[in-house]
Design a protein around this ligand. Structure first.
Ligand SMILES: *Cc1c(COP(=O)(O)O)cnc(C)c1O
Length: 396
C-alpha cells in the first residue's frame, strides 16, 4: 500500500524519475519550514509585494438583501495580481531559490496561475516557462500577452484535449528532463505529495488572518466558512484555520456548469469517483468507461476534473460539505455583488457568493457566514458580457 496523506487520498502515483524529483522538493520543503529566515522572507514579500494583510469586509448591503445571516468577505481579490494565487507562487519560488534552481516551469489553464508565476519569476530574476493547452491559449490571448510581457515563455500543449489537464502532464514530463536547474511550481492543492501539503502551507495565511479578523469584527467565530473549489487551494487556505472549531460549518462550492445532470459541469465532489489523476489518489469526474471526463464551467479556474486530496478526505469524514452552483447562478451572484457592494468578483468566486446568499436566507441576522473572496473580476468582464448577450438572445 502506498503511503497517503489524507486518509486514503494523496500519495505519489508517478514513475521513478518523478519520484526522485519529488523527494528532493519534499526534503527542501521540510528544511525550509524549520528555518525562521525562510519564514521571515516569505512574510516580507507577502507584506511588501503582495500587499497583505488584506481586510475582512462586512457586506452589509448584500446581507440585508439576503435577509438572514451577516455575510463577510476575506478580500484576497485585493492582492497584487488580483487573487489568492500569488501567496503560493511566492512561497514556492522562494523554495526554488533556496534549492539553487534558476528556472521555473508551471502549468496554467486560463492563465491566472501562469500570470502569478511569471510575476514572481520576474521579481526574483528566474527564467520562466509556462505550459498551456493550445486551445486555452487561443481562448485566453490576453493572459498569454500578460505572461509574455512579464518575460515568460508560453509553450502551447497540443496533445489530448489541449487544455489544463494536458498542460499538467506536459509540465511534469518536462520537469524530469530538466531537474538539474528547474523547479516545477504547481498552482493548486493537487498533484503528488508534497504539493498538496505545500500549497496548503503557503495559503495558510488566508485562514490565519481571517480567523483573527472575524473574531475582532464579529466578536465571535462565524457559523459558516465558505469558498469556491477548483483544485481547492483558496478553500483549504481558509478552511485549515477552522478545522478544529467544531461549531464552524465548512462548505466548498464547485461548478455545476449547465447543470449537474447535463454532463456539462465540473462538480468533482458531487459527481466524481475515486480515481488517480495527476499523480494523486483523489476524486475525479469519469466517463462511463472510467476515463477522466472532459469537464465544463463558465469559470476557467473551476474547470478541473480532479480535486485536492484533502477535500476528498474532509468530505469522507464529514468535516466539510460540498455543493455546486451553475453558470447562471454564478453570473447572477457576480452582478448582485457588483451592484450591492461595488465589488466585481471573479466568476470563480461568484459560485461561492451564490451559495452564501442562498444559505444566509435560511439563517438569522445574529449569525455569520465568512466567504473567501478569492479574486477580482476584471479578467472576466468580456466573458460575462458575451454570456449576458447570449442569454438575452435566448430569451427571445
Ligand atoms: C484559480 C482560481 C480559483 C480556483 O483555484 P483553487 O485552487 O480551487 O482555489 C478560484 N478563484 C480564483 C479567483 C482563481 O483565480
Amino acid at each position: 500500500m502506498m503511503k497517503t496523506q489524507f486518509g486514503r487520498y494523496g500519495g505519489q502515483f508517478v514513475p521513478p524519475p518523478v519520484l526522485e524529483a519529488l523527494n528532493e522538493v519534499e526534503a527542501a520543503f521540510e528544511q525550509a519550514k524549520a528555518d525562521p529566515t525562510f519564514e521571515a522572507e516569505y512574510r516580507y514579500y507577502l507584506k511588501h509585494f503582495v500587499g497583505r494583510e488584506n481586510p475582512v469586509y462586512h457586506a452589509r448591503n448584500l446581507s440585508e438583501y439576503a435577509g438572514g445571516a451577516q455575510i463577510y468577505f476575506k478580500r484576497e481579490d485585493l492582492n497584487h495580481t488580483g487573487a489568492h494565487k500569488i501567496n503560493n507562487t511566492i512561497g514556492q519560488i522562494l523554495l526554488a531559490k533556496r534549492m539553487g534552481k534558476t528556472k521555473i516551469i508551471a502549468e496554467t489553464g486560463a492563465g491566472q496561475h501562469g500570470v502569478a508565476t511569471a510575476t514572481a519569476a520576474a521579481m526574483f530574476g528566474m527564467e520562466c516557462e509556462i505550459f498551456q493547452g493550445a486551445l486555452d491559449m487561443e481562448r485566453q490571448r490576453l493572459n498569454v500577452f500578460r505572461m509574455e510581457m512579464l518575460g515568460a515563455k508560453v509553450t502551447g500543449v497540443t496533445r489530448g484535449t489541449k487544455t489544463l489537464s494536458d498542460a499538467v502532464d506536459e509540465a511534469i514530463e518536462q520537469w524530469v528532463e530538466r531537474i538539474e536547474d528547474t523547479f516545477y511550481l504547481l498552482g493548486s492543492a493537487v498533484g503528488p505529495h508534497p504539493y498538496p501539503e505545500m500549497v496548503r502551507y503557503f495559503h495558510r495565511v488566508i485562514g490565519e488572518e481571517a480567523r483573527s479578523q472575524i473574531l475582532d469584527q464579529a466578536g465571535k467565530l462565524p457559523e459558516v466558512v465558505m469558498a469556491c473549489v477548483g483544485g481547492g487551494s483558496n478553500a483549504i487556505g481558509l478552511f485549515q484555520a477552522f478545522l478544529e472549531d467544531e461549531t464552524v460549518e465548512i462548505v466548498g462550492v464547485e461548478a455545476a456548469g449547465k447543470g449537474l445532470d447535463t454532463g456539462q459541469h465540473a462538480a468533482t465532489m458531487m459527481k466524481g469517483q475515486d480515481a488517480i489523476i495527476h499523480g494523486m489518489q483523489t476524486r475525479a469526474v469519469l466517463t462511463a468507461t472510467g476515463e477522466i471526463a472532459p469537464v465544463y464551467s463558465i469559470s476557467a479556474g473551476l474547470d478541473y476534473p480532479g480535486v485536492g486530496p484533502e477535500h476528498a478526505y474532509l468530505q469522507d469524514i464529514g468535516r466539510a460539505r460540498y455543493v455546486a452552483a451553475t453558470d447562471d447562478q454564478a453570473v447572477d451572484a457576480l452582478l448582485l455583488l457588483s451592484q450591492k457592494e461595488g465589488i466585481i468578483p471573479a466568476i470563480e468566486t461568484a459560485h461561492a457568493v451564490h451559495y452564501a446568499i442562498e444559505l444566509a436566507q435560511s439563517m438569522t441576522p445574529d449569525q455569520v457566514i465568512l466567504v473567501n473572496l478569492s479574486g477580482r473580476g476584471d479578467k472576466d468582464v468580456e466573458a460575462i458580457q458575451a454570456y449576458l448577450d447570449a442569454r438575452k438572445a435566448q430569451a427571445f
